[in-house]
Design a protein around this ligand. Structure first.
Ligand SMILES: [Zn+2]
Length: 274
């Protein structure tokens, strides 16, 4: 069970201090290989989870060690990088070599079923709304005949950090480019002082948005409690994020075309379902 909490920052997880998720194992501070959803999910499905950025280690050696970990995760002997060749794609390996049922439920339209991410999945669904992990639980099925692999891409932690029962009319209003940006429109700029530092962010709005992401994790912890009850007792669970999010640091908001430590810093936790 591979759950990706989209856009979730490592420190938002720490502030939320989710108790159910803590029962899975200690949360680690790791680093995403990419700063936005599509390349990050491709990398995750290659089997390369967020990395620990170790010093004095060759990348190839790190990848090798990462794949050996799948012996414990999958409960199989002798797992190594060469076993996933040539596709280097977990769903392909799990389905065709290990006989898994492979399923995905995603919240972000850039991961929709027509993208290349949807390869060797038995079922793959873009959820009707972007922020309802609980609705995914209703669709989980398990069989005694075949082991299952699930990818869940969860959107409550993605902008606008809205819980499923929140009226969209009450979502934070981000007008113009984004609302938190001020004077981005060239016609608003003062032509007399083109190099004058301008106020790009409304700090109160950014603090509110970050608080909403923390609140989303607090809410999701209750959904994880339900998820853990629904899973077979020998399920290995991985919970992480595809990238972080910027809330005004160094005049950045969001993720994607952002090169900042906080967009690569992500939480990572794994273990047998508690
Ligand atoms: Zn994302």
């Amino acid at each position: 069970m591979f759950v990706v909490l989209d856009s979730l920052r490592y420190d938002s997880w720490l502030d939320a201090a989710p108790e159910t998720l803590a029962a899975l194992g200690p949360v680690e501070r790791r680093w995403s290989y990419a700063s936005w959803t599509a390349p990050s999910h491709y990398n995750l499905l290659m089997g390369l989870l967020p990395h620990s950025s170790p010093h004095e280690v060759y990348a190839s050696e790190y990848y090798k060690q990462d794949f050996i970990r799948y012996s414990e995760r999958l409960g199989i002997e002798g797992m190594e990088f060469s076993k996933v060749l040539p596709s280097i794609f977990l769903p392909t390996y799990l389905k065709h070599r290990l006989g898994y049922s492979t399923r995905a439920m995603v919240s972000m339209p850039v991961l929709n079923a027509h993208t290349v991410i949807n390869r060797d999945f038995d079922s793959y669904e873009l959820m009707p709304v972007h922020n309802d992990m609980a609705a995914m639980l209703d669709k989980l099925t398990f069989s005694d005949e075949r082991p299952s692999f699930y990818l869940l891409n969860v959107g409550e932690t993605h902008y606008p950090y809205a819980l499923p029962d929140e009226d969209p009319a009450r979502w934070p209003r981000i007008s113009g480019v984004h609302g938190v940006f001020k004077h981005l429109d060239p016609q608003d700029a003062d032509p007399g002082s083109p190099t004058e530092p301008r106020e790009f962010f409304d700090q109160a709005t950014l603090a509110e948005l970050r608080g909403r992401q923390v609140r989303a994790v607090e809410y999701l912890d209750g959904v994880f409690a339900r998820l853990f009850e629904a899973l077979p007792s020998d399920t290995w669970v991985i919970v992480t994020s595809d990238h972080g999010e910027l809330f005004g640091e160094d005049r950045y908001f969001g993720h994607g075309p952002v090169n900042h430590e906080k967009v690569f810093e992500v939480p990572f936790v794994e273990g047998m379902v508690p």
